[in-house]
Design a protein around this ligand. Structure first.
Ligand SMILES: Nc1ncnc2c1ncn2[C@@H]1O[C@H](COP(=O)(O)OP(=O)(O)OP(=O)(O)O)[C@@H](O)[C@H]1O
Length: 373
């Protein structure tokens, strides 16, 4: 059974009109000039966790929010489901100002916002099925309705055979599948994922991210992924917001942001994926001054549009240079190639300058790292 057969979409997915400005109906979550200050408490000073956050999450999208520890990611996600109130500004979810709701109204609104967590947050005294049933019991569903819905959800997340198992009898990936089923139980329109794969091994992470992609595709649920791992954003998200020190430092399409990262934090996340491409053995031999009969070591950036170019072959041929290929690391992000190539150029200063100019003129930003014998 695929996801579509097993569940009815909570909300039809609107395809945004081509080439027109996003409308209210295209937006699932909107932050309007949001700041969050945690007030001083006893001997602890107040903390400005978020400042001037202004952005929209498109309906039906998978949006990654990436930042280092303490950047403000969890604060941001807790504002979306109304667990925290902004100190200034508004958070509008599916057309409703969630920051203005309280009591029963807030609880009802929260049913359309599911959440999954790093440590799953399952009740150890309840079986898989009973954990999934919990939000439905709270919402007042009948036992018969709950039984049908829980069976659908267990099927959806691929662990139908584990319905009577307790969390202690399940692997991390299976526990997260229960977490996802529980989060989807009340047919939310938004699913918030707070570091949901950070406690899982790479293979299980991939399987869980595939499941989330399937849920997004088949049910149209908008997914907001909070993470400090570039690999998660890269595998799943189409849009990304980079936050640092409580502020948005970059945002846009994943491919655009990571092929041309401007902020140092974004560049650091990118280097997690593509590394600096210089092997330790080479880096340890690098010196700052030219060496007689040695080579200049040059690094070229590979960025989407220039990937697959024959520039190195042309450089060798047109300038009659014996180019040495020293290292290369090229990866794919959002369908674009990103990485770098390190080459060795022999000859004097004039030849090296000529080569660097040639590369830059051919759309390959080149950087001289040093010299090796
Ligand atoms: N309830 C709270 N009371 C006081 N300060 C808080 C509270 N929650 C978060 N903070 C502070 O707000 C800042 C942002 O924290 P937040 O948890 O939102 O960041 P994060 O990016 O999710 O970090 P991490 O990845 O480490 O969880 C930090 O300085 C943190 O110490």
């Amino acid at each position: 059974m695929n996801v579509h057969q097993s569940l009815t979409a909570a909300q039809p997915v609107e395809t945004p009109p081509v080439a027109s400005a996003p409308t209210e109906r295209d937006t699932m979550v909107r932050f309007e000039s949001v700041s969050k200050i945690y007030p001083a408490y006893r001997d602890k000073p107040s903390v400005q966790a978020l400042t001037g956050i202004d952005f929209a999450i498109p309906r039906g999208s998978i949006t990654g929010v990436i930042g280092r520890s303490g950047a403000g990611k969890s604060s941001l996600v807790r504002l979306i489901n109304g667990l925290e109130k902004p100190s200034a500004g508004r958070v509008v979810v599916d057309g409703r100002d969630i920051s203005a709701l309280a009591g029963r109204e807030l609880r009802l609104a929260q049913r359309s916002i599911g959440m999954i967590f790093q440590h799953f947050n399952l009740l150890s005294s309840r079986t898989a099925a009973d954990n999934i049933a919990l939000p439905l019991e709270i919402a007042g569903w009948s036992r018969a309705e709950i039984a049908v819905r829980v069976a659908e959800l267990l099927e959806l997340v691929g662990i139908a055979d584990k319905y009577d198992r307790y969390p202690s009898e399940l692997s991390g990936g299976q526990k997260q599948r229960i977490g996802i089923a529980r989060a989807l139980a009340t047919r939310p329109t938004v699913l918030l994922s707070d570091e949901a794969t950070s406690a899982l091994d790479p293979q299980t992470t991939r399987a869980i991210l595939d499941l989330l992609a399937n849920i997004n595709r088949e049910l149209g649920v908008t997914i907001v992924l909070i993470t400090h791992e570039m690999s998660v954003v890269r595998q799943l998200a189409k849009e990304v917001v980079v936050i640092d020190g409580g502020e948005i430092v970059e945002r846009g399409h994943v491919a655009d942001i990571f092929t041309h990262p401007r902020h140092p934090v974004t560049q650091a996340f990118l280097s997690e994926v593509v590394g600096d491409s210089v092997p330790v053995s080479l880096a340890s031999r690098l010196v700052a001054q030219p060496i007689a009969a040695g080579r200049a070591v040059i690094r070229l950036q590979v960025r989407g549009s220039n990937a697959g170019d024959t520039v190195v072959a042309r450089l060798a041929r047109e300038l009659s240079i014996d180019v040495a290929l020293l290292s290369a690391r090229i990866d794919e992000i959002g369908g674009q190639h990103v990485g770098s190539l390190t080459i060795g150029i022999p000859g004097g200063e004039a030849a090296v300058k000529q080569a660097v100019t040639y590369l830059s003129q051919h759309n390959f930003p080149a950087e001289r790292l040093g010299y090796v014998a």
